[in-house]
Design a protein around this ligand. Structure first.
Ligand SMILES: Nc1ncnc2c1ncn2[C@@H]1O[C@H](COP(=O)(O)OP(=O)(O)OP(=O)(O)O)[C@@H](O)[C@H]1O
Length: 267
């Protein structure tokens, strides 16, 4: 049986001046799934995420998260919902003047102002460990980290308040293939051990094949299809055909098949 929706978007419209980004966009994210969100550059993936988390007020539409209406919500009610999700923005969006541990503590201080310094330090160190960073990264500044480590630090911050729902905006962009695969594995492991639901914006076909339960495709200002990759492959739409069946899509599929069905005697 289908899991209930943890995010429900209905009839969403967004525009900037004359530029219409979304028109009657609908999307349901099921509890416990990793939903990949794909679409060409500028199709409005990040604007969709910003609408869901309340950073972008839509022109029209309904958004529910954890069964709570999100548009024009009172501040204290919005805070109650916000403390149930974590966000990794594109590029990490770490505060450059704070150490990694201090970055992780930002949401903790916001939502739990009474926590002692010792408790904040303990939680930050645990989240840093959970994100696969070495313990000494805690005292480093973002400028002292590699791109991959910055992503993990952003993830540690997104996990700070034990979210049920994680938003990841292009988490593997700019990582080398091994770093990207490691990040994918980490996302999947965290989802399984912490029981997370993940809204994952990506251009990375390998990520889609490796960890996404379903994929939503944004084109023509709306979600034109959502389903397992196998289901999307059966849809006749020019962007979907080009994306999944073009050279990179075919390579990602071959890599996925090979990892899942290794030939005996071959490495
Ligand atoms: N605050 C804003 N003001 C004006 N236009 C904006 C604003 N934010 C986004 N846009 C425009 O909305 C469109 C969608 O942007 P968005 O960042 O959501 O695209 P995207 O699908 O995430 O792209 P990419 O894959 O390149 O990251 C773009 O044309 C962008 O220029």
């Amino acid at each position: 049986m289908d899991q209930p929706s943890i995010i429900s978007v209905q009839g969403l419209c967004n525009s900037f001046g004359e530029q219409i980004i979304h028109q009657d966009l609908n999307l349901e994210v099921r509890r416990g799934e990793i939903l990949g969100v794909v679409g060409g550059s500028g199709t409005g993936k990040s604007v969709l995420m910003r609408s869901i988390i309340g950073l972008q007020e839509p022109v029209a539409g309904k958004i529910r998260v954890f069964d709570e209406g999100m548009i024009r919500k009172e501040e204290d009610e919005a805070t109650d919902v916000r403390r149930r999700w974590g966000v990794l923005f594109q590029g990490g969006a770490l505060f450059s003047t704070l150490t990694v541990a201090e970055n992780v503590q930002v949401p903790l201080r916001e939502f739990y102002p009474d926590f002692s310094k010792a408790l904040l330090d303990e939680i930050a160190h645990y989240k840093i460990y959970l994100s696969g960073l070495p313990a000494d990264a805690a005292h480093k500044f973002p400028s002292e980290l590699s791109g991959g480590m910055r992503k993990r630090a952003g993830l540690a911050r997104a996990l700070a308040i034990d979210p049920e729902l994680l938003f990841l905006d292009e988490p593997t962009a700019g990582l080398d293939p091994i770093g990207a695969a490691n990040f994918d594995n980490l996302t999947r492991d965290l989802k399984e051990t912490l029981g997370l639901t993940v809204f994952l914006i990506t251009h990375d076909l390998d990520t889609l094949y490796a960890i996404c339960d379903r994929v939503a495709v944004i084109a023509d200002k709306k979600v034109i299809a959502v389903g397992a990759i196998e289901e999307l492959l059966a849809i006749d739409h020019p962007w979907i055909n080009e994306y999944f069946s073009g050279p990179r899509g075919r390579a990602a599929r071959r890599g996925h098949d090979k990892r899942n069905n290794p030939q005996p005697g071959r490495s």
